[in-house]
Design a protein around this ligand. Structure first.
Ligand code: ASP
Length: 422
C-alpha cells in the first residue's frame, strides 16, 4: 500500500508518468479485483451449501438467521446514530464557504447527475419490490455480472435445504461434490492472494494518480473528518467492545485476525471483492466455524453496511446544512430509517453508497444535486467505510458463532505460516 501511494505520487508529478500508471499499472489492479469477484459467487455457492448441509438440523438455520439479521440491524442503527451525533455536533455544512460551494456544485454536477439517474431508477418502485427482488426467476441471470448476490444466496439456501430434506443416500454424492468444490475454491483463493501485494500496489498507485487536487480536500475537511471520526468510533470502540463483551476475545486478537481483510477492503472499496478474504480470516484466524461464516458473511457483505449507513447520515446532514435546508427532529429520524434501508440496498461495490444516498436526500427534501458537493472526496471515504463494513460483518460472525457454540480456537495462528506451509 505504501509503495503504491509513493510510486503513484512520484509518477503523478508529470503527465507522462500519470499515463504510465494508467496504461501499465492500473490494469493489474483491475485484474486482481476481477479475480476476487470471479471467485465470490462460486465461493458463496460452495461454502453455503457445505455450511447448511453440515447443519443437518434446519431449526439451527432459522435460529442463526434471526440472530444474524437482528445483530445486523442493531449495528446499522448504532452506526447511523453515531454518524448523526457527530455531524450535528460539528455541523460541517456551515463551515463550507459560498465560493467553495459554487465551485464544487459546478465542477461535479455532471458526475452527480449520473449517480442520480441510477438512483431514480431504483426509487420508482413499490413497497414490497425489495422482497420480490430477492427471489430470482433465473439463477444464471442472478449470478451474472449485473446480477444480485441476495438472489444467489436465496437460491443456494433453498437448494441446500432441499439436500438436507432428501434421502441421505441420494444426497451424499451432491454433498460430496460441493464439499470438494469448496476445497478447490479455497485453494484458488490462496493462489489469488499470492498476487495481493502487487494488486494492492497497482490499485493504490492508480488511485493517487486519478485523485483530485488537495485544495478540494481542504474545503471538505470538516465533512470528511465527521465521517472518519464516526467510522473510527465504530471500528475502534463499538466492534471491539461488542466482541469483548459477547465473546470474551480481546481487541488485539480481533484486529490481528481481521486486519488483512480490512486492508483489502480499504484498497478495493468493495465488500464483495473482499468477501473471500473476510471468510478465510474469520474462519481460520478468528476461530468462527464454517457453518457460521458461510451463512453470516455472504449475507453481511450484501446487506450489512454500517460504514455506508453512517456515511449516508453524515453526508445527508452536511449537504442539507451546506444548501441551507433546516432539518427537524422528524427529518433526523427519517434519516435513521432511510439510511438503514439505503445501506441494505447498496451494492457491495465502489461508490454504491453514494447512489443510494440520493434516496436519503429525497426523503428529507434536500435537492439531490447536492451530491456534487461531496463527490470529490467520495473515493477515500468509500475506502474507509468499506473497511468498516467488512469489520462489522466479522464482528457479528464472531458473536453469532459464540451464541451458537461455534466459536473455537483459530486453526491457523499466523498469516505467513499459512502461506509458507502451503
Ligand atoms: N463500497 C462499499 C462496499 O462495498 C459500499 C459503499 O458504501 O459504496 O461495502
Amino acid at each position: 500500500m505504501i509503495a503504491g501511494v509513493a510510486v503513484g505520487y512520484v509518477l503523478s508529478l508529470s503527465a507522462s508518468g500519470s499515463q504510465i500508471v494508467i496504461d501499465y499499472i492500473k490494469p493489474f489492479g483491475k485484474i486482481f479485483i476481477n479475480l476476487l469477484k470471479l471467485i465470490a459467487i462460486p465461493l458463496i455457492i460452495a461454502s453455503l451449501i457445505k455450511g447448511i448441509t453440515d447443519l443437518r438440523d434446519l431449526s439451527k438455520l432459522s435460529s442463526m438467521g434471526i440472530k444474524t439479521i437482528g445483530l445486523y440491524l442493531t449495528t446499522t442503527i448504532i452506526a447511523i446514530t453515531i454518524g448523526l451525533t457527530v455531524v450535528n455536533l460539528i455541523n460541517p455544512g456551515k463551515s463550507i464557504s459560498a465560493e467553495n460551494r459554487e465551485s464544487l456544485m459546478d465542477g461535479f454536477a455532471a458526475n452527480a447527475s449520473k449517480k442520480i439517474e441510477v438512483a431514480v431508477a431504483t426509487k420508482q418502485r413499490g413497497p414490497l419490490d425489495a422482497l420480490v427482488d430477492m427471489v430470482p426467476s433465473n439463477i444464471f441471470e442472478a449470478a451474472s455480472s449485473n446480477g444480485n448476490m441476495l438472489q444467489v444466496i436465496f437460491f443456494v439456501i433453498f437448494f441446500a435445504i432441499g439436500i438436507v430434506l432428501i434421502d441421505p443416500k441420494k444426497s451424499a454424492p451432491v454433498k460430496g461434490f460441493f464439499d470438494g468444490m469448496n476445497e478447490v475454491i479455497l485453494k484458488m483463493i490462496d493462489i489469488i492472494m499470492l498476487a495481493a501485494p502487487y494488486g494492492v500496489f497497482a490499485l493504490l498507485a492508480a488511485l493517487v494518480v486519478e485523485s483530485p487536487g488537495s485544495d478540494v480536500f481542504v474545503s471538505l475537511l470538516w465533512y470528511s473528518l465527521c465521517v472518519v471520526i464516526g467510522l473510527g468510533m465504530m471500528m475502534f470502540v463499538v466492534y471491539p467492545l461488542a466482541v469483548r463483551f459477547f465473546t470474551g476475545r480481546s481487541l488485539g486478537f480481533f484486529f490481528k485476525g481481521i486486519s488483512p481483510a480490512q486492508l483489502l477492503a480499504f484498497s478495493t472499496s468493495s465488500s464483495a471483492a473482499t468477501l473471500p478474504v473476510t471468510m478465510e480470516r474469520t474462519e481460520e484466524h478468528l476461530g468462527v466455524d464454517e457453518e457460521v461464516t458461510s451463512f453470516v458473511l455472504p449475507i453481511g457483505a450484501t446487506i450489512n453496511m454500517d460504514g455506508t449507513s453512517l456515511y449516508q447520515a453524515v453526508a445527508a446532514v452536511f449537504i442539507a446544512g451546506a444548501l441551507g435546508v433546516d432539518l427537524s427532529l422528524g427529518d433526523q429520524l427519517t434519516i435513521v430509517m432511510t439510511a438503514a434501508l439505503a445501506s441494505i440496498g447498496s451494492a457491495a461495490v465502489p461508490g454504491a453508497g453514494m447512489v443510494m444516498l440520493v434516496i436519503v436526500l429525497g426523503a428529507i427534501g434536500v435537492p439531490e444535486a447536492g451530491l456534487a458537493l461531496i463527490f470529490a472526496v467520495d473515493r477515500p471515504l468509500d475506502m474507509c467505510r468499506t473497511a468498516v463494513n467488512v469489520t462489522g460483518d466479522a464482528a457479528v460472525a464472531m458473536i453469532v458463532a459464540k451464541w451458537e457454540n461455534k466459536l473455537g480456537d483459530p486453526a491457523v495462528k499466523d498469516w505467513d505460516d499459512h502461506y509458507s506451509k502451503d
